[in-house]
Design a protein around this ligand. Structure first.
Ligand code: PGA
Ligand code: ZN
Length: 432
């Protein structure tokens, strides 16, 4: 019985936006099998690893035939015989084989699916659920979920500039309870949206479609929804925002279309700081463009002692960028998306770079997802402390939340809730 790789195959499946995506399947000599599906972003950073798409007219150019073909030929040829239990060696083979800095040749979609499928096969070979295989005997915490109530930005036809209006319940005490509270808030928000006009369905990640007259209107409505749900804003439930400012700005300025305002970097910082003072906000992601570190550092300097400032497009799950951003005190938490960098090992390195610096770390889904639940296991097994998946509808999102409920149940009475310990010091200390 050996954990050496015996076969690697790829296939085209469909993601939550109805676009082609890549699934990889890895079989070991022992017979253990692992499978994983690549997710896909819509608000991507310029420094991310790049998916290989077929282009042309079929499927709007989003076909993945070339990425799938690469898995069955080149990638299989290079990986057969490698030990699946040595993820670092497997991922090094993938990186060397691709040969580019951003996985552009084989495609980050092909590489990430294979890298995660190898990980699943290794866990199956060890006879352990993936989270426990990753924890490897170390104590882990149940991650704190960040859950979307309204979608916006690139996930909702840019009807709001801010991309994600989310909630966090660090005092919930358990994952199960955090979901129950979030469900109350989600329903209350739906009732308030109905009062504003006909409900127009949901955005890409399952949050209510945003029907607002300004970005602040959305913030007001979310605060009202928390209060109407019977929970206390700023105690039971906090607001978390992904500004995704990269989508509407850069170092030369920020164009808030819904507010009909163009802001300089300094004005953008002032607006974010103002919001953090007037709303029960605990976390803000990408409040400035990917290369506008000046604005982001100014925001962190002013409110970083009480608000989590997350780098997503700014850091792109790259350990080197995390190190440079830490030097410049750009933020105090890192979003971790495996497909942003391409392999499990590189994503783990970015996560460790963040945690080693006392930062928060959030394992995150993409806006294009599937039934793949790998990230629930990564967030738990890596003891990341936080998990961002999207909203509280649509099965590609609920699959991850439901998997977390199974994991929490499996850990049982030993389960330790991350809560405020998920945040960088001193945010956790202040808020607790
Ligand atoms: P994306 O957005 O997956 O569309 O890039 C998610 C995020 O910005 O966090
Ligand atoms: Zn983001």
């Amino acid at each position: 019985m050996s954990s050496r790789i015996a076969a690697v195959t790829g296939r085209q499946l469909w993601d939550s936006r109805g676009r082609p995506t890549v699934e990889a399947e890895v079989t070991l000599e022992s017979g253990a099998v692992g499978r994983a599906i690549a997710p896909a972003g819509a608000s991507r950073g310029a420094h991310e690893a790049i998916d290989l798409r077929d282009g042309g007219s079929a499927y709007g150019g989003f076909g993945v035939n070339r990425a799938v073909a690469g898995i069955g030929a080149e990638i299989a040829g290079a990986l057969i015989g490698a030990d699946a239990r040595d993820q670092a060696a497997v991922d090094r083979i993938l990186c060397d084989l691709d040969g580019t800095a951003n996985k552009a040749r084989l495609g980050a979609n092909a590489v990430v699916a294979v890298s995660m499928a190898v990980l699943h096969a290794a866990a199956a070979d060890a006879g352990a659920p993936l989270w426990r295989y990753l924890a490897d005997g170390r104590k882990v915490r149940i991650p704190l979920p960040e859950i979307q109530i309204f979608g916006g930005g690139a996930h909702a036809g840019r009807r709001t500039d801010v991309q994600d209006f989310m909630v966090m319940c660090p005092n919930a005490g358990s994952f199960r309870r955090a979901l129950e509270i979030t469900d109350d808030v989600y329903r209350a928000a739906g009732r308030l949206m109905e009062e504003k006009g006909p409900l127009s369905g949901v955005a890409d990640e399952g949050g209510w479609w945003p029907n607002f007259s300004s970005n602040e209107d959305a913030l007001d409505t979310l605060t009202k929804a928390i209060e109407a749900s019977g929970h206390r804003a700023g105690e039971d439930v906090f607001i978390s925002l992904d500004i995704a400012a990269n989508e509407f700005g850069d170092a030369s300025g920020y164009a808030l279309a819904l507010d009909d305002r163009r802001l300089s970097g300094a004005e953008m910082a002032a607006r974010i700081i103002d919001w953090a003072g007037r709303y029960p906000i605990l976390s803000i992601e990408d409040p400035a463009g990917q290369d506008d570190w000046t604005t982001m550092a100014a925001i962190t300097a002013r409110i970083g002692d009480r608000v989590q400032i997350i780098g997503d497009d700014v850091l792109v799950t790259n350990a080197g960028r995390v190190a440079r951003a830490a030097e410049a005190a750009v933020c105090n938490a890192a979003l971790i998306k495996v497909n942003q960098v391409g392999t499990v090992t590189e994503a783990r390195a970015a996560l460790d770079a963040a945690l080693d610096r006392g930062w928060g770390a959030i394992v995150s889904a993409r806006s294009g997802e599937s039934e793949d639940v790998t990230i629930a296991h990564l967030a738990t097994g890596w003891n990341a402390g936080q998990l961002k998946v999207g909203s509280f509808t649509r099965s590609e999102r609920m699959a991850k939340w439901n998997e977390m409920l199974r994991i929490e149940e499996a850990i049982g009475s030993h389960a330790e809730w991350a809560g405020f310990t998920a945040f960088a010091d001193p945010i956790g200390r202040v808020a607790a």
